[in-house]
Ligand binder design. Structure first.
Ligand SMILES: NC(=O)C1=CN([C@@H]2O[C@H](COP(=O)(O)OP(=O)(O)OC[C@H]3O[C@@H](n4cnc5c(N)ncnc54)[C@H](O)[C@@H]3O)[C@@H](O)[C@H]2O)C=CC1
Ligand SMILES: O=C(O)C(=O)Cc1ccc(O)cc1
Length: 371
């Protein structure tokens, strides 16, 4: 018996990162067909195991998932509604209101009863099937976005798809969705790109000093130009609204720094403005849900120096395991040009001092602990 709710076959149109990852997540229990405007793109997704390309003449898909770039999603959805008159059709585009309006216009209200938008909040900075990963959606929010005319059957099929892929269900209207992702996804992309853009002409000597902080806030600046220009222009009003708020606050910070420059660091208002900036950041970051989806868990962090030799990392994990302490997260930073690196282990704060003591006893060099 299939362990999935989705009966299939599922046709995935657009077999890049998202489409191929979804195929991998659904197979082998669900039969997956692949289609892409690039035959090489479809063949690549087939070769990574995301589904079959030789599906002509086989049973019609019961569900079509459109995973093309966002600017062509609406026309591809409308085409699928016409080509497969019994299938439910969804898409995974990062913006929803624009797509919904265009699908209703292109397909008409009757066919559009079989359309429900969706958006898995999971991705990577890389595109294409070679970067696909069947566990991409595990434990990540998956927003189901019905429109007023979506049928219950279509809504249930798309909710089942999200669950089968391992996602955590959320349901919002297209407008609610677009406002939410402007704040949590689209503006972060703009801010990350703006900051990373400042690095283009930075002296190499300055970049050599870069630490984890810069890497954290610029990771998504490596994202696809084509996809993100389409997302930003299709969600322009909500993104602009958040950026305008940032602009006001940024002007306040610039004014405070100008006052410090002219009248000294103790000039009236300077500490108040900068303190409010930092406090707001502390409060905001504490509200981001933890990796398991609940309220944000604050972990203690412990940084260990390791030499760049085979087996060091495995030994470190073994030693932590033997101390009976579960590692919640890990980041590794290699020291450029040196045969060593820093491993930052995140653990529950109550376990931090025990772990530090045990690792020190076993000969590890602890560089920093932070509650
Ligand atoms: N990359 C990410 O992190 C995330 C992306 N999304 C959404 O997923 C969708 C796909 O993004 P990716 O997989 O990253 O892009 P991608 O560039 O890896 O894949 C898109 C695929 O669609 C194909 N394609 C383009 N036009 C087509 C058409 N008219 N008909 C059939 N195939 C066509 C391309 O050849 C390509 O293989 C986008 O709508 C994006 O907003 C959603 C969540 C995360
Ligand atoms: O890399 C990350 O942190 C992401 O959150 C990726 C992402 C990119 C685009 C989306 O529409 C949804 C998720």
């Amino acid at each position: 018996m299939s362990a999935k709710l989705t009966a299939g076959p599922v046709l995935i149109i657009g077999t890049g990162l998202l489409g191929a990852s979804l195929g991998l997540a659904l197979r082998p229990e669900v039969e997956v067909y692949l289609r892409d405007s690039s035959p090489a793109g479809a063949a690549l997704a087939r070769d990574v195991g995301a589904g079959r390309t030789d599906w002509a003449g086989r049973p019609e898909p019961s569900l079509v998932v459109v995973a093309t770039p966002p600017d062509v999603v609406a026309e591809v959805v409308a085409g699928a509604l016409a080509e497969f008159p019994r299938a439910v059709v969804t898409d995974v585009a990062s913006i929803k209101a624009d797509v919904e309006t265009d699908v209703l216009l292109l397909a008409g209200p009757e066919a559009a009863r079989r359309y429900v938008g969706s958006h898995p909040m999971a991705g990577r900075e890389r595109t294409g099937a070679l970067a696909a990963d069947g566990s991409l959606f595990l434990g990540r929010p998956w927003v189901v976005v019905p429109h007023a005319g979506s049928s219950d059957e279509a809504i249930n099929a798309v909710r089942s798809l999200a669950v089968d892929a391992g996602g955590v269900l959320h349901q919002l209207s297209a407008r609610e969705h677009d406002a939410a992702v402007a704040l949590v996804s689209h503006v972060p992309q703009v801010v990350s790109s703006l900051l990373a853009g400042r690095l283009v002409e930075a002296p190499a000597g300055a970049l050599d000093l870069a630490g984890q902080g810069l890497r954290d806030v610029t990771r998504i600046a490596a994202s696809s130009e084509r996809m993100w220009t389409a997302i930003l222009t299709q969600n322009s009003a909500p993104v602009r609204a958040v950026l305008a708020q940032l602009q006001v606050e940024l002007s306040g910070v610039i004014e405070a720094l100008a006052a410090a420059e002219q009248a000294g660091p103790e000039a009236p208002g300077v500490h108040g403005t900068l303190g409010a900036l930092l406090r707001g950041g502390n409060e905001g970051v504490a509200r981001i849900p933890g990796k398991h989806g609940g309220a944000g868990t604050r972990f203690g962090r412990l940084t260990v120096l390791i030499s760049d030799e085979p087996g060091q990392l495995g030994q470190l994990f073994t030693d932590a395991g033997e101390a009976g302490i579960s590692i919640e997260d890990v980041t590794i930073e290699h020291a450029r040009g040196k045969k060593m690196g820093m491993v930052e282990l995140s653990v529950l704060p109550a376990h931090l001092s025990d772990l530090a003591a045990e690792l020190t006893r076993r000969g590890w060099r602890i560089v920093e602990t932070e509650v």
